[in-house]
Write a protein that binds this ligand. Structure first.
Ligand code: MN
Length: 231
């Protein structure tokens, strides 16, 4: 069997200190997982269950990729997030069994056309135009779970042009990594290749062409990117 056109390359994320790449199948993104960010968006956290949306794996980007300012928006926002990668299959799991199934962690940016997301919220329409943006899942190298145990002590941070915009301890997350993965496993047969962006702290805001973004989490490789001109 041959394809009728050349398929895209397999989407992937780098692995720190390793030549291999982590192939990506799905990207789940958690909403409203930091109370202060929910408040700045005019929302409250729903503590009965997390909620999520997805991004297309082909919209992954990494440090060094061209990141043109996307079409259709005049309010393109940064959201710095802890990213979790699955390393084993998981279905209907309890939070206590999640840690053993994690491949690793990275810092990521859930870039968002905030104006289109706001329109979608107003009209009760899906968020795809706001969230599933080309090059909008920018993810740094994955650190293997066995090599990073700092989640309880680490802070997450985003600087734009050297000025800190977002900075919070990871302990501000409303739902823990284990709770988020267990929740998703109640809806999906999770497996290696699944990434979860775990939500952003307060301080989201717009970026423009030429802005330099530096996203970091203590103990994980830093992600540094620059927004390009509009196409
Ligand atoms: Mn987000």
């Amino acid at each position: 069997m041959r394809f009728c056109f050349e398929p895209r390359p397999q989407p992937s994320v780098a692995v720190a200190d390793d030549e291999s790449l982590y192939p990506v199948d799905r990207i789940f993104c958690i909403g409203r997982n930091y109370a202060a960010h929910a408040a700045e968006m005019g929302n409250t956290v729903d503590r009965t269950a997390p909620f999520f949306f997805t991004k297309s794996p082909c919209h992954l980007a990494k440090q060094g990729d061209p990141l043109p300012y996307p079409p259709g928006t005049s309010d393109y926002h940064h959201e710095v997030e802890l990213v979790v990668a699955l390393g084993k299959p998981l279905f209907r799991a309890e939070p206590s069994s999640v840690a053993d199934a994690l491949f690793g962690y990275a810092v990521g940016l859930d870039m968002t056309r905030r104006d289109l997301q706001a329109q979608a919220k107003d009209k009760r329409r899906p968020w795809d135009a706001g969230k599933d943006v080309e090059n909008s899942a920018i993810i740094g190298p994955l650190t293997r779970a066995k090599d990073w145990h700092a989640l309880q002590d680490s802070s997450i941070r985003l600087d734009v042009n050297g000025v800190t915009r977002q900075h919070a301890p990871l302990t501000e997350m409303v739902w823990t990594v284990e709770e988020l993965v267990a929740f998703l496993s109640s809806l999906y047969h999770l497996k290696p290749g699944d990434l979860i962006m775990t939500g952003t702290p307060a301080g989201v805001g717009p970026v423009g062409a030429g802005d330099a973004l530096r996203a970091s989490i203590d103990g994980l490789p830093t992600l540094e990117v620059r927004i390009g001109d509009a196409e």
